[in-house]
Design a protein around this ligand. Structure first.
Ligand code: FE2
Ligand code: FE2
Length: 300
């Protein structure tokens, strides 16, 4: 170990080094890997139907197969657009975090690698949403402004645990979609690329969350747990824009009403986030107040 390296915590350093090695072995260039040329085949879904916000509702039962496919294509495009919004936040969180830090630290080099991944992901999601025939979906105004504040001021565990939540929530959906033959092949490729590269990001986010919380006092834990929970609420409730229903040719009022009451979708979210909640609990980030927010977001 050189003298420059001994300045850093050895555990954190070896994790970052392993992530760098892994990224060198297996990373993707979406411009080349994804089939952007073949026109969209409308016999495909955009997401696994079971993940549709309307799946299992009376409205879903009335939809024709073509309407269901158009709905999941709009929903997948909305998830991708929300992904872009959040990836822009997390790139800024990490850039700010590593500002003027030691470039010989593997964690520094990993952070830049992760930012480069996210930049490619956002371009990939943008092209994917366009190919799905979707307009720009953005979170509602209040959430956009809360995100602006978070990306400008959040640090430590408030930054890394929020990053982790966004990545975990996307991960479970995308693992289902990438294996599903009903989903358009180019969407499956996009999800596959994202799942592989994000598994390294999640590892880093977990490590950083734990490391930053070491020695954190009661008050700081209380405050940051709540910040992360509110960030999670904003992310999860922004995933599928309410505008998807009109764009899929549905009655938006009825669709929003039935989607909000959809117990099937809520239980999909809850069960997919069980591992994440366990981690937040073990890290000491599941306080009474934050648990209340997670329940409102149907994550707990
Ligand atoms: Fe990403
Ligand atoms: Fe990521």
């Amino acid at each position: 170990m050189t003298s420059a390296e001994t300045r850093h915590e050895p555990g954190r350093q070896s994790v970052a080094r392993r992530l760098l090695d892994s990224s060198e072995t297996l990373s993707y260039d979406p411009v080349r890997e994804v089939d952007w040329q073949t026109p969209l085949d409308e016999t495909h879904h955009g997401a696994s139907p079971e993940w549709s916000t309307l799946y299992g509702t009376p409205y879903w039962a009335e939809l024709t197969p073509a309407q269901r496919r158009e709905l999941t294509r709009q929903e997948a495009a909305s998830v991708a657009s929300t992904g872009i919004w959040f990836e822009m936040i997390l790139q800024q969180l990490m850039l700010r975090d590593f500002y003027a830090k030691d470039p010989t630290d593997p964690a520094f080099q990993w952070a830049l690698t992760e930012i480069a991944d996210e930049c490619r992901h956002s371009i990939m999601f943008a092209r994917g949403a366009a190919k799905l025939g979707a307009p720009a979906y953005r979170p509602r105004r209040l959430v956009v402004e809360l995100g602006r504040a978070h990306k400008s001021f959040a640090s430590g565990e408030a930054a890394y645990a929020a990053i982790l939540v966004a990545e975990e929530v996307l991960d479970v959906m995308q693992r289902d979609w990438m294996r599903d033959e009903r989903v358009a092949p180019f969407v499956r490729t996009i999800n596959n690329i994202h799942v592989v590269e994000e598994s390294r990001h999640m590892k880093f986010a977990r490590e950083e969350t734990r490391a930053r919380l070491r020695g954190a006092g009661w008050l700081r834990r209380q405050i940051n747990s709540l910040v992360v929970a509110i960030a999670s609420y904003c992310i999860v409730t922004s995933m599928v824009s309410e505008k998807v229903y009109a764009n899929a040719g549905l009655d938006p009022r009825r669709a929003v009403r039935e989607a909000r009451a959809n117990e099937h979708h809520k239980s999909m979210l809850r069960s997919s986030c069980a591992g994440l909640m366990e981690f937040l609990g073990s890290a000491g980030l599941l306080t009474k107040a934050s648990a209340w927010v997670y329940q409102r977001a149907n994550l707990l």
